[in-house]
Design a protein around this ligand. Structure first.
Ligand code: NAI
Length: 291
C-alpha cells in the first residue's frame, strides 16, 4: 500500500484502538511508547483482536486481517516513528505536564504539515499546546472508548474551549447523578446500571437527548411547555459533586466485582463482549440509516 503513514504515540488502551482503526482505513501506522514492553504487548494484542474480528466477520475496512496487520509496526525511536507521518495521535496518560512535554518534543522534530492530535479527555487544548511553534497544526481528537467501533463515523466540532469538552461533560453529569443516587441509598449499583443499559441507554444509540425531547411531546416547544417546570423542580434537588470515595466507593466496587471480578482476564473478556455488542450495534445503525 502506498498510503501516507500515521504515528500513534503511546501504546496503551486507546493507542492500540486508534492503530487498528487507522490500519482498517489502509494507513500505515507506527506505534511508539517509552515502555518497549508496551509496544510488544500492543502488537500482540492487536494481532489477536484483528484475527478475532475477522473470524467473526466484524473486521472493519476492505483489507484482510493480514493486510491490516502488515500496516502496523512498532518503533522505539521517536524521530523515526513520526518521520513522513501525516497524522500523529498522542495517547499518553491524562497528565498535563506529561502531554506538554510530549508535544514540545514533537514540536522540535515535525514538519509544517503533520496534524498533531491529542486524545485527551479533559485537558484544555490551549494548555497542552500553548507556546508550540506548530500550534496551528494541533487539535484534540477525543475518541469515545473504544475508538475502533465509533470513530471515523461522526466527528463533531466544539465551537468554544471548555473544561472536559462535550462528551466527557455529559458522561460526568450521568456518573455524578448515578453516584449520588447510590450514595443516598435510593437504588443499588446494579439496578442503577440496568436503568441505563436496558432503559435510557437504548435510545441514545440512535437519537440524542434534544431529539428525545422533541419526540416525547408535540415538538420541542410543546415539551418545554409541558415539562420545564417539572424538570427544574427535580434539577434543584440534585446534590453536590460526589467525592467518589469512602463507603459508597466500597459499595459500588463490591457490586461491580460481584458481576465482573476486577482481574485482567475477566475485565478483558467483558471488554471483548462489549466491543462485539458495539460492532453489531454499529452495523444495525448503518442499516437503519440506509432504510
Ligand atoms: P494507558 O495508561 O492505557 O496508556 C498510556 C500509555 O502511554 C502507556 O502505554 C505508557 O507506557 C505510555 N507513555 C507514558 N509516557 C509516555 C511518553 N512520554 N511517551 C510515549 N508513551 C508514554 O492510557 P489510555 O487509557 O490509553 O489513555 C490515553 C489517553 O486517552 C488519555 O489522555 C486518556 O484521557 C484518553 N482517553 C482515554 C479513554 C479511556 O476510556 N481509557 C477514552 C478517551 C480518551
Amino acid at each position: 500500500l502506498n498510503s501516507p503513514g500515521l504515528g500513534v504515540r503511546a501504546s496503551g488502551l486507546i493507542g492500540r484502538s486508534w492503530a487498528m482503526l487507522f490500519a482498517s482505513g489502509g494507513f500505515k501506522v507506527k506505534l511508539y511508547d517509552i515502555e518497549k514492553q508496551q509496544i510488544t504487548n500492543a502488537l500482540e494484542n492487536i494481532r489477536k483482536e484483528i484475527k478475532t474480528l475477522e473470524q467473526s466477520g466484524l473486521l472493519k475496512g476492505s483489507l484482510s486481517s493480514d493486510q491490516q496487520l502488515a500496516l502496523i509496526s512498532g518503533c522505539t525511536d521517536l524521530k523515526m516513528a513520526v518521520e513522513g507521518a501525516m497524522h500523529i495521535q498522542e495517547c499518553t496518560p491524562e497528565n498535563l505536564e506529561l502531554k506538554k512535554k510530549v508535544f514540545s518534543q514533537l514540536d522540535l522534530i515535525v514538519d509544517d504539515k503533520v496534524v498533531l492530535s491529542s486524545s485527551t479527555s479533559c485537558l484544555l487544548p490551549s494548555k497542552i499546546f500553548s507556546g508550540l511553534k506548530h500550534v496551528k497544526q494541533c487539535i484534540v481528537a477525543h475518541p469515545v472508548n473504544p475508538p475502533y467501533y465509533k470513530i471515523g463515523l461522526s466527528p463533531v466540532r466544539i465551537l468554544k474551549e471548555i473544561d472536559g469538552m462535550i462528551l466527557t461533560r455529559i458522561q460526568y453529569a450521568i456518573i455524578s447523578e448515578a453516584w449520588r443516587l447510590v450514595d443516598e441509598g435510593l437504588v443499588s449499583p446494579s439496578d442503577l446500571d440496568t436503568v441505563m443499559s436496558d432503559g435510557l441507554g437504548m435510545r441514545y444509540a440512535f437519537i440524542g437527548p434534544l431529539e428525545t425531547m422533541h419526540l416525547n411531546a408535540e415538538g420541542m416547544l410543546n415539551y418545554c411547555e409541558r415539562y420545564s417546570e417539572g424538570m427544574k423542580h427535580v434539577l434543584k434537588t440534585f446534590g453536590p459533586i460526589p467525592d467518589f470515595s469512602g463507603a459508597t466507593l466500597e459499595n459500588v466496587h463490591q457490586a461491580m466485582c460481584a458481576h465482573i471480578p476486577a482481574d485482567p482476564a475477566h475485565l478483558a473478556a467483558r471488554r471483548q463482549w462489549r466491543d462485539e455488542c458495539l460492532m453489531k450495534l454499529a452495523k444495525l445503525k448503518s442499516q437503519m440509516q440506509a432504510e
